[in-house]
Design a protein around this ligand. Structure first.
Ligand code: KG4
Ligand code: ZN
Length: 344
């Protein structure tokens, strides 16, 4: 059987990305190119992603990035079997840019188009990086999402938990902003926390103990604001202590929520020999979060899978790979009138 080769396009948030990925008959992937342009600088002055700026930046960068991805892969468009473009969820302006470009290339070249769900891209990445087999659990913790997903197969996902308010990355970003730390907040909070006392503040651990596996982080942010207001003006040590205490609360929340998820998985699949928890999203870079998840997996005899960070955060390789997985499973491509779905 021939090698399948696909061009992936990702524009759902503040990364413009294009990639060429292959899959051989045995299912073994090869990443031929992986190009990502971060818009971090465009947004940092605003302390968050500005949708209008993001959409315009995608328009400016995408064509060049696709050319670059093809060039680095040493292929031309005629060597590509299909195009995969993110069509949701995400910021509608960016989704329109990426999906329209994907459609245009598909139309002009006569190649099939796969409209890929961004979350499916995150969910299937561990099969590309670690050859994981179904079923497994995936925790996505990014600036936009906090979800625990059961991955049963290509196109077969069950959402076990999601945030009822802020995403975890958002909670890091908002906490940083309250403490006048730079954007993006996650790395800044992690850095400050290193010299802090995690026991100084008893921040809430929302939903801990609840049977439903949802998350909630807006109360935590409010508690940080209260603490910061009460002891203002803040010394560097105060900031460090707040950050350390914040991470401690996050860590305890994850331990409870994900711990229950692992138990539920084991009850559902007692025969899976080596169950696995995959982590994805920018917050997966956090060493306290990682350590918590690793310890939890060790205790429950789960394999802890953390793909390399550049494939954990937004990229087009995962979109290309999701398209390849669908092709290989025999899923029909999408019609060219497929529409982007911001809240897919
Ligand atoms: O996956 P990602 O790069 O982009 C999307 O959200 O789509 O995730 C970005 C998020 C931001 O909220 C950022 O603050 C957070 O991941 N983040 C971190 C760390 N590095 C990035 N959060 C905690 N600790 C970190 N070291
Ligand atoms: Zn993402």
């Amino acid at each position: 059987a021939p090698i399948l080769r696909i061009l992936g396009i990702e524009t759902s948030c503040d990364e413009t990305a294009a990639a060429v990925v292959e899959r051989d008959a045995e299912g073994v992937p090869t990443v031929r190119s992986d190009v990502v342009l971060s818009q971090l600088e465009e947004h940092s002055a605003y302390g968050g992603v500005v949708p209008e700026i993001a959409a315009r930046a995608h328009v400016e960068a995408l064509d060049t990035l696709i050319d670059e991805a093809l060039k680095r892969a040493n292929v031309s468009l005629s060597d590509i079997d299909a195009i995969a473009a993110t069509s949701g969820p995400g910021l509608i302006g960016g989704l329109l840019v990426g999906l329209m470009t994907g459609k245009a290339i598909a139309k002009a070249s006569g190649k099939p188009l796969y409209a890929v769900n961004h979350l499916e891209g995150h969910a299937l990445t561990a099969r590309l990086t670690d050859g994981l087999s179904f079923p497994y659990l995936m925790l996505l913790v990014s600036g936009g999402h906090t979800q625990l997903i059961l991955v049963r197969g290509v196109g077969e996902y069950e959402r076990w938990g999601t945030t009822i308010d802020d995403a975890l990355g958002e909670a890091f970003d908002k906490t940083a902003k309250l403490l006048s730390l730079p954007y993006p907040g996650g790395p800044a909070v992690e850095r400050a926390a290193k010299s802090g006392n995690p026991q100084r503040f008893k921040f809430p651990r929302p939903l801990v103990g609840e049977a439903k596996l949802n998350f909630s982080f807006s109360g935590l942010k409010t508690a940080v604001r209260q603490a910061a207001t009460e002891i203002a003006p803040l010394t560097d040590q105060d900031v460090a202590d707040i950050c350390a205490s914040f991470q401690d609360a996050v860590s305890r929340t994850l331990k409870d929520r994900i711990g229950r998820g692992l138990e539920r998985f084991k009850a559902l699949y007692p025969d899976v020999e080596q169950p696995a928890l995959v982590v994805a999203g920018g917050v997966a870079a956090n060493l306290v979060v990682r350590g918590t998840l690793q310890a939890l997996c060790d205790k429950n005899r789960f394999r802890f899978v953390a793909p390399p960070l550049h494939l954990c955060t937004d990229n087009a390789v995962m979109i290309a790979w999701a398209g390849l997985e669908r092709m290989a499973t025999g899923v029909a491509p999408d019609d060219l009138d497929v529409q982007p779905r911001s809240r897919w």
